[in-house]
Each structure stands twice: as C-alpha cells, then as structure tokens.
Design a protein around this ligand. Structure first.
Ligand SMILES: Cc1cc2nc3c(=O)[nH]c(=O)nc-3n(C[C@H](O)[C@H](O)[C@H](O)COP(=O)(O)O)c2cc1C
Ligand code: SF4
Length: 480
C-alpha cells in the first residue's frame, strides 16, 4: 500500500491534517461525540420518519440458491443490515427481474416457478428481527428492494459473461470480449424487462416493502441505457429517449401498485474505463478520453472538479419532476473503475493498484454529492464512498451532513465487516477497531472467483468456511 490508510493516523487531528491537505474544501469534525450528535438527527422524507442519518446500501452476496431464493448466508446478511441501526435499508441487494439478467448464477431473481413472495417476506422479516436483536424499534424501518437487470454484466451461469447490451461501446466491448456483431437488446426486449420490473415491484409491495429502487447504476442495464447516445430507435440518442424506459417503468409501477414508492440509485457521474498498467499494475485511464463523453452517462473529463454535470443534473431534475423524493448517488462501476466506485487500499483480483491516494476518490464522491445537493436542495440525497475513511468515517460524514453537502450517509462494506458500527457510534459506545473494514476487497475478490461474497478477513462466519481457505490460497498465488 503506497498511501497512508486512515487507520494509520494516530488520532482525528492527525487524520484531519492529512485530509485537509488533499483539498482546501475538505474538512471533518475532530470530536466523535459531536459527529454522533449530528448523525443522530432525524429526517422526515414524505411519510417516512428516519430516526438517524445512516442508510444501508444494497449489497449482494452471490449466495442465493440456483433457483434464485435466499440461502442462510443471504438471510444472515439481511439480519445484519437490521442490526446496523440504519433506519433506511436501500434495496437490500440487487434483485434480478429475470433469469438472464442475473449478474451471477446465485443472484436472487424473479423466478416464476418459486415462492418469491415468501422469500421477500422472509428477507424483510430478517431485517426487522436484526433490528429487534439490538434493542431498536422495528417499526422505525423503511425497507426497499433494488430491482436490476445486469445488462452488459449478466452472468446467469458459471463461466463467461452472457452480455445483454443496449449498444456497442468501443472500450467496454473490447475489455469484456464482446464481438462487434453481438446482438443488441431489441426495443421489445427492453420493454419486456421493464414489464418484469413492474411485476417485481408489485410483488415487493405485497411483501410489505415500502419502496423499490429502479437501479440505474454501476454499468448495469438501466445505467447503460442512460448513456446510449449511439443507440438507434426510441430508447437511444436524445436524453428523452435514453430515459424513456426508466420513466415508463416508474409510471407503470405507480399505476399498477400505487402503495409502493419508487426511488432510484444512480451512477450520477462516471469516468473513462480504467485498466492496469502492464508494468506497474497501477490503474490508468484507457486512451480514448476525448471520445468518451458520448459513450456513457455523466463521464467526467476531470472528476476532481466535476464540471461535466449537465446531464446528471438533467436526470436529477427529471426525478424531481416525477416526484421521486430521494436519490442514492453512486459513481462509475465496479467493473471498469473500481477505484472510484468503491475506494480501497487493496484492489479486487480483477482490479488494479489504486492510481492515487484512495481518499482523493472518496473526495470525488463527496464533491459530486455536494454539487447535486446544491443544485437540487429539495431532493433528499444519500451519499456513497464512506467506508474507506475507516475510523474517521463518522468525523467526515457528520461534517458533510452539517454543512449541507448530503442528507444521508450510505454505508456499504463497513456493514459487512462491522454491521453495528452506526449503532455503537450513536449510543456513544467505543468503536471496535478490530472490526473496521480495511478495504481488503475479499468481498469482491471471492465472488469474482466463483465463491460467495462476505467479509472473510473480519467476520467469523466467513472465516470458518472452506471458501476462506480457498481464497487465502488463491490470493497467495495458488489457483485451486
Ligand atoms: C460485496 C458487495 C456487493 C455489492 N452489491 C451491490 C448491489 O447489489 N447493488 C448496489 O447498488 N451496489 C452494490 N455494491 C456497492 C455498494 O452498495 C457501495 O456502493 C460500495 O461498496 C461503496 O460504498 P462503501 O465505500 O461504503 O463500501 C456492492 C458492494 C460490495 C462490496
Ligand atoms: S472483505 Fe471485509 S475488510 Fe475487506 S473490503 Fe470487504 S468488508 Fe472490508
């Protein structure tokens, strides 16, 4: 690791000095108790009263059954989400709306041959049970289901990707071995996927979920469609066309199951795909920077200054016009810019060494979220990218909330290694440093090599699985 990880700083003052040195707009609170007080402030969003500022981001575990139902690992993860103290469970995990749209053969999906309704109820019950286990009121929970089709990154069976693309992308096609004559999803196929999204939303409503997230992030289908400038026909070209399927899904859900709210997680900005330098292994952008704004959504020439936000703002404006009250802001994709999408000290096995101090990429998340909030003060925002801050996550998160840069703090990996961190913080208990996520990326490396995902280094549940040994050997250079 070439950069000082936050956990290496001896106290908040030392960390703050480093953090401020990375940009004169960056700062944090020095005091943990003050940070806890800020993050404990409630927030009302429409009919929902959120009792604090934490949100559990969606995280799948590649651990469902082959027929798309939750396994004991899946249920345990959702219970842990409930144990976090976060009142807003943003989607739980990506739930594929049809079999061929799974990102892995063990993803949960809308399987017409199975009792999906029962499975969704069981998952919701686990969250509630988890919240009760830690002494909190399950009635405070707002739970959603994230609906997805994995598009270009579909892998419904073991083996290579079975990509379903919205358009041909010169860099991503080459990177992921998609032939130039591979078929593009037809308009009819897109509409059928939209119909399955609506059916899944109605099932989630029946299972007692308060909202669905129509997922538009991380390179998956609806995100790819937002950038389909070069697609012909009614779903490509103009902004209006590129958002047509999203709008259609939203309107259909509202008319057919009005009791469920529709929210959206979006990769609000993006960068040119990165690759490892063949000599150093360090990540660098692919060459075609200038060609890219037309080949994606919100692609930034200079992410640090986030100046290319015209279309991202157009999308947020659309959400506002459609009366979507809240948006979860993410960036990029774990497949082609993991250093940005989930800043980490150690890359996943298919990644590259961080191109710069990962804190700089945390800062990109914060700056873009601030810009969005400033332009759309009435839209409630959930920020991403906080786990890499480690011990100083509360100090930075509270500072962002206090200065109005973001409303809610979404947590991903930290809740895999240490689900109770928010609750410990809010109750003034000492944080357990041994459980703080150190961004080893095993939870990404394991599934990339056909194993279930989980926090192998820090969670005893995974440490004792046979996969832990396989992963260790794999990392040591022995493919097993
Ligand atoms: C194992 C794993 C699974 C994930 N699954 C999803 C998912 O299903 N849907 C989604 O929108 N993001 C998913 N993410 C991304 C996280 O929600 C989050 O955006 C990312 O980890 C960055 O936040 P963090 O820095 O707090 O970890 C996943 C991340 C990890 C590590
Ligand atoms: S494996 Fe554990 S420590 Fe490593 S990134 Fe994932 S949650 Fe964090």
């Amino acid at each position: 690791m070439r950069f000082p990880a936050p956990g290496r700083f001896k106290n908040a003052a030392a960390f703050a000095e480093h953090w401020r040195s990375l940009g004169n707009d960056l700062d944090c609170f020095a005091d943990l108790a003050v940070s806890a007080e800020v993050l404990h402030r409630p927030l009302s969003v429409g009919p929902w009263h959120l009792v604090n500022r934490f949100v559990c981001h969606p995280m799948e575990g590649w651990d469902g059954t082959e027929s798309g139902l939750p396994s004991e690992h899946t249920l345990r993860r959702w219970r842990n989400f409930g144990r976090s103290g976060a009142p807003l469970i943003w989607g739980g995990e990506a739930f594929a709306v049809q079999e061929d749209g799974r990102a892995n053969p063990n993803q949960l999906y809308l399987n017409p041959k199975e009792d999906v309704l029962g499975a969704l109820v069981a998952l919701r019950n686990e969250v509630e049970q988890g919240r009760r286990e830690v002494g909190e009121d399950a009635g405070d929970l707002v739970i959603g289901l994230q609906l997805t089709h994995s598009g270009r990154f579909s892998r419904p069976e073991p083996g290579p990707l079975q990509a379903k693309i919205a358009y041909h992308h010169p860099i991503l096609d080459e990177k992921f071995h998609i032939a130039p004559d591979a078929p593009v999803l037809s308009d009819g196929e897109l509409e059928a996927i939209g119909e399955h999204m609506v059916q899944a939303a109605c099932l989630a409503a029946e299972a007692g979920y308060q909202f669905v997230d129509v997922k538009c992030c991380h390179g998956y289908l609806l995100h790819e469609l937002l950038g389909a400038h070069r697609r012909a026909g009614p779903y490509g070209g103009s902004f209006e066309n590129r958002t047509k399927l999203f709008r259609r899904i939203l309107q259909e859900i509202r008319s057919r199951c009005p009791q469920i709210a529709v929210l959206c997680r979006v990769s609000i900005a993006d960068v040119v795909p990165f690759q490892a330098n063949p000599d150093s292994g360090i990540g660098e952008p692919t060459e075609d920077l200038n060609a890219l704004p037309d080949w994606g959504f919100g692609v930034q020439r200079d992410p640090d200054h986030a100046t290319d936000l015209e279309e991202p703002f157009q999308f947020l404006n659309l959400l506002q016009e459609l009366h979507v009250p809240m948006v979860n802001l993410s960036l990029g994709s774990p497949y082609y810019c993991p250093h940005l999408q989930r800043p980490a000290a150690y890359p996943p096995s298919d990644g590259y060494q961080p191109p710069r101090d990962p804190l700089m990429d945390v800062a990109v998340h914060l700056r873009i979220a601030r810009a969005c909030k400033k332009a759309f003060p009435n839209l409630v925002t959930v920020g991403t990218g906080y786990t890499y801050l480690q011990e100083y996550l509360p100090h930075v998160a509270a500072f962002e909330v206090e200065q109005g840069g973001v409303d809610l703090i979404g947590l991903g990996r930290m809740l895999l290694s240490y689900p109770e961190l928010p609750l410990d913080l809010l109750h003034g208990r000492e944080l357990d440093r041994r459980r703080i996520c150190r961004t080893f990326s095993d939870c990404t490396t394991a599934p990339r090599n056909g194993m279930i995902s989980g926090c192998y280094p820090l969670d005893h549940h995974y440490k004792q699985l046979p996969e832990a040994d396989r992963l260790k050997k794999w990392k040591a250079g022995y493919r097993v």
